[in-house]
Design a protein. Structure first.
Length: 632
């Protein structure tokens, strides 16, 4: 804020000093009604229409300041318009632009509203209406460039018929045959559509791309509360069918009063995308990775990064979390909602935090499950992450020790841990192959078995039991089932190219071979078993685009963050760390299952209650640890 007020040039060239909007004090409700944000900072340089500095805005602000306090308080949303309004919100000052946005009647250009300014239309003697379109005519969706062009419109969503799902499609999504009828009933309620958004929000009138979305309409439309956008994580995960997945897998009822909005973020699924060949991995040599092998992997990764980004550098460079947040805000406006609620998991929590920071006035209730750290990639492979993986292995070892009559690896946690460490060393020294499946057992496979969440402990414990004396030539049955068969289909359909781009465009951590190899060696020393599950080459090695990490901050509004006490993908410690930066209510889930909150009926009920009533909680039931061997 420049001094105690803001300057804004008038039509006649004079530059009056306007009061800070903080000074409107008790009349914030009027400012909220018309869309002007708390702490709005106008430009302080001379008038320049090309830069989006509209003299009409200054005149309207002066009128607002001169209105008698008792008259200002009379204004209300009902007096502002007789037609539904669409809030075209813009970004927060933290991102270099502005908050809030003009209220405009659907289908009318912002420029037309801006130029209709005069005392008669801006202020009425009875009611003192200050038009939201008048006040914020130069502030449009998204970016400085968008703010500079008051002609930017929000395109409509093009709704069409949803693609049909065959029985095989449903199986790949993980549904059983006795669920097919119910799934198809839910799918039958869903709308499918697309919306055009700028590829580059700095050039809103330039190339447009497509974002695909779905809408599962609220069952109780009479008592509908709004729209609830969803993201399953990744980055690169498809949210297109997430409304169906949530309803079918624990959160039935979330769709009673909310339209659930599934979205394929830009670069993913049915949205505009670029697909690069998978990053070169090759078949690793059995046993511990050598420095020579690691250097070759690093060189291959550097070459792949260059080759992939060259396919469409301009598009890949725009695969960022802030741009996805902007896309969602466009969807919100196109849906006709003044605010939108949000439920995100894993990377979706990062998206939610960025979206709240950028569009604080446009976000309603938000629940973030399995949070990333507030500096996301910088804090990813730290001791917090590797400690969490080892901590859960220690829990698994204690669980196996209590069932020594079944697994036979020891009667104490220490004995089981020691037995598994010996297996890692033994299979690294003499890897085992089989004749009936393309699989090599070495220390890395043992590490994979030891690093799974508790829902997989019975199967992984049986794998370790079978490998204590496996000889071949055929693979033991559980080993073959767990590691020799292709994984079941996953409805998230993670797009690897987009996932890498979202990551690398925002990861400023060192990508050199030396630094990452040194860290990997230290992890192997500290964690003889689970250290093998961590990367030895940075996935962004050779990425040619500069990293631009977004920052997040606290804003007003309702927020819940749930962390899982023992999970390894996004360790529990990251959730309170994120809360310390952005605020909100912390919920502790007593399990180790990544993103399980909406899958556990007791916790899902609390999520539904929160979105419907705003009631928060601090604890949630999690997925129970299997009580008996044989469960999976």
């Amino acid at each position: 804020m420049a001094g105690d007020g803001i300057t804004y040039p008038l039509h006649d060239g004079s530059v009056p000093q306007l009061p800070s909007l903080h000074h409107f004090g008790p009349h914030r409700e009027l400012i909220d009604t018309i869309g002007v944000p708390t702490g709005y900072q106008a430009p302080t340089t001379p008038a320049d229409p090309a830069a989006g500095r509209d003299p009409a805005l200054a005149e309207a602000l002066i009128l607002l300041h001169k209105v008698a306090p008792n008259e200002r308080a009379k204004a209300s949303p009902e007096t502002a318009t007789k037609q539904p309004l669409v809030d075209k919100g813009s970004e927060s000052p933290a991102t270099g632009t502005v908050v809030g946005g003009p209220l405009v009647r659907p289908g009318r250009s912002l420029r037309g509203k801006a130029r209709s300014v005069n005392g008669a239309t801006a202020v009425r003697a009875s009611g003192c209406l200050i038009s939201g379109a008048l006040l914020m005519s130069s502030l449009t969706v998204g970016t400085p460039a968008a703010a500079a062009d008051s002609r930017v419109r929000i395109p409509a969503i093009v709704w069409g018929k949803c693609p049909e799902s065959s029985d095989e499609d449903l199986r790949k999504m993980g549904y059983k045959e006795d669920q097919f009828a119910t799934v198809r009933k839910v799918l039958g309620r869903m709308d499918c559509g697309t919306i055009s958004v700028p590829q580059d929000y700095e050039d809103p009138g330039g190339k447009q791309i497509i974002v695909a979305l779905t809408r599962l309409k609220a069952a109780d439309q009479k008592n509908r509360l709004g729209s609830l956008a969803l993201n399953p994580g990744g980055p690169g995960g498809s949210g297109y069918l997430m409304p169906v997945s949530l309803v079918m897998r624990g959160a039935a009822g979330l769709d009673d009063r909310y339209d659930l909005i599934g979205i394929d973020p830009r670069g993913v699924g049915r949205s505009t995308k670029v697909t690069c060949p998978d990053a070169p991995r090759g078949k690793p040599s059995p046993g511990p990775i050598t420095e020579e092998q690691a250097r070759k992997t690093y060189a291959d990764m550097v070459a792949w990064s260059k080759q992939c980004t060259q396919q469409d550098l301009a598009f890949i460079g725009q695969l960022t979390t802030p741009n996805v947040a902007r896309d969602i805000d466009r969807i919100r406006a196109a849906l006709g909602d003044r605010k939108i609620s949000f439920f995100g998991v894993s990377w979706g929590t990062w998206l939610g935090a960025v979206m709240r920071t950028m569009f604080p006035g446009n976000v309603d209730r938000m629940w973030l499950d399995s949070s990333t750290p507030p500096d996301i990639w910088k804090g990813f492979w730290t001791t917090t992450h590797t400690d969490a993986i080892d901590r859960n292995f220690q829990r698994m070892a204690a669980w196996m020790a209590e069932r020594d009559d079944t697994y036979g690896l020891g009667t104490s946690k220490r004995q089981v841990v020691s037995a598994v460490e010996d297996m890692v060393a033994s299979y690294d020294a003499a890897p085992l192959t089989f004749t009936d499946v393309d699989l090599t057992v070495d220390g890395a496979l043992i590490a994979q078995a030891a690093g799974r969440p508790s829902t997989r402990w019975p199967m992984m414990a049986q794998v370790l039991k079978e490998l204590t004396d496996a000889k071949g030539p055929a693979a033991p049955p559980t080993v073959k089932k767990a590691f020799g068969e292709p994984p079941a289909g996953d409805e998230t359909q993670t797009d690897k190219t987009a996932g890498r781009a979202f990551h690398c465009n925002e990861d400023s951590s060192p990508t050199t071979f030396a630094s990452n190899w040194k860290d990997y060696q230290q992890r192997l020393k500290n964690y003889p078993v689970t250290g093998r599950t961590s990367p030895f080459v940075h996935m962004c090695a050779g990425w040619p685009l500069p990293a631009k990490p977004p920052t997040v901050r606290p804003v007003s509004g309702s927020l819940v963050l749930s962390g899982h006490r023992y999970e390894t993908q996004t360790p529990y410690e990251w959730t309170p760390a994120m809360r310390a930066v952005i605020g909100g209510t912390l919920v502790t889930v007593n399990d180790d299952v990544h993103g399980s909150a909406a899958q556990v009926p007791g916790c899902a009920a609390k999520i539904i209650d929160y979105f419907e009533t705003g009631k928060r909680t601090t604890t949630c039931p999690g997925k129970p640890v299997p009580a008996r061997s044989g469960q999976s």
